[in-house]
Each structure stands twice: as C-alpha cells, then as structure tokens.
Ligand binder design. Structure first.
Ligand SMILES: Cc1cc2nc3c(=O)[nH]c(=O)nc-3n(C[C@H](O)[C@H](O)[C@H](O)COP(=O)(O)O)c2cc1C
Length: 158
C-alpha cells in the first residue's frame, strides 16, 4: 500500500503529528511538507492523508489551496483528514467540518483532531499576546492526542 501524507505546519506540531502517524501506517509512506518546496509528480497512491493546523478557526492556507487545486486527483484515492488544534470534542468536529470541503469529508476513511500545542517561544509577539488574552496561557502547553493518531492509523490500515 502506498500512502502520501500532505501537511502544513506553522510552529512544528502538525509536522510532529504527521511523523507520529507515518510510523504507525503499514506499507510505503511518503511525507510532503507544504511549507517547503515540493513536487508531486505521480498520483500513484492508494491513500492520501491531508492535515493542517488551525489558526483563528481556519486551517493553514497551504492545505486548503492544495485540496482545491488537486480535487480531481483526490477523488481517485482513499482520503484521510486531520487537523491540529487546541479545541476538543464538538468544537474540533466543527473545525474539521468547516475546513475541509464536503466532497472530501463525505469520502474520508478517517477524520480526526490530533490535538495541539502552544509553543510560546515559536510564537511571534502578536500570537503570544492573542493566546495570553484568549486562552490565558503564558507557558508551553502540549495536548497531542496520541490516542487519536493511533485510532486514525488503525482506520487507514484496515
Ligand atoms: C495565534 C494562534 C491562534 C490559534 N487559533 C486556534 C483556533 O482558532 N482554534 C484552535 O483550536 N486552536 C487554535 N490555535 C492552536 C493551534 O492550532 C495549535 O497551536 C497547533 O498545535 C499549531 O500547530 P502547528 O505548530 O503545526 O502550526 C491557535 C494558536 C495560535 C498561536
């Protein structure tokens, strides 16, 4: 089985989660970081997994642009969708709904939030200010949901 994981990360948490997921998938797994130069020359994949982090309710633009641009190809493969975000439960479900097109969501074999992190030293001044104001957080917080990553991997592997 050939799997491609395409992701976009700002402060590194989505990259961390994509790497954790890749280790749990069977078969050949390739990772593409949309924040770096990349080219996808062939769509010879059984499964394509798309993941990005959420800022102010929106997924990283690199991921939404990638989905729009490659929708035709994405219709011919199994698709998995994930987000990295600090919201949990119903809020996280809503974020997945709002940030991936219906045609992808309806066909997805797995959809999850992998949780998130607040990494204060990676944030710029404005981000730190917003997080302090809204979430009342001033120190690093890590809430990577390894259980959700495992569940997602099991669903993709089955
Ligand atoms: C300025 C800022 C805004 C954020 N907005 C949201 C949000 O609207 N909803 C949410 O659930 N998480 C939000 N987060 C949390 C991020 O999704 C979380 O930090 C994530 O782990 C970032 O992943 P990345 O390092 O791969 O970009 C925000 C974080 C920052 C710094």
């Amino acid at each position: 089985m050939n799997t491609l994981i395409v992701y976009a990360s700002k402060h590194g948490t989505t990259k961390k989660c994509a790497d954790l997921l890749a280790k749990q998938l069977v078969g050949n797994v390739e990772l593409v970081n949309l924040n770096k130069a990349y080219s996808i020359t062939t769509w010879n994949y059984d499964t394509v997994i798309l993941g990005g982090s959420i800022y102010a309710g929106r997924i990283r633009k690199e991921i939404s642009d990638f989905c729009t641009k490659n929708m035709k190809e994405l219709k011919n493969v199994r698709v998995g969708l994930f987000i990295c975000a600090m919201s949990e439960g119903e809020e996280a479900v809503k974020l997945i709904e709002q940030n991936f097109q219906e045609e992808l969501r309806n066909r997805a074999i797995a959809k999850e939030s992998f949780g998130g992190e607040f990494l204060m030293e990676q944030m710029n001044f404005l981000e730190r200010f917003i997080i302090k104001k809204i979430s009342k957080v001033t120190t690093n917080q890590s809430n990577i949901r390894e259980d959700n990553i495992k569940k997602f991997a099991d669903e993709v592997n089955s």
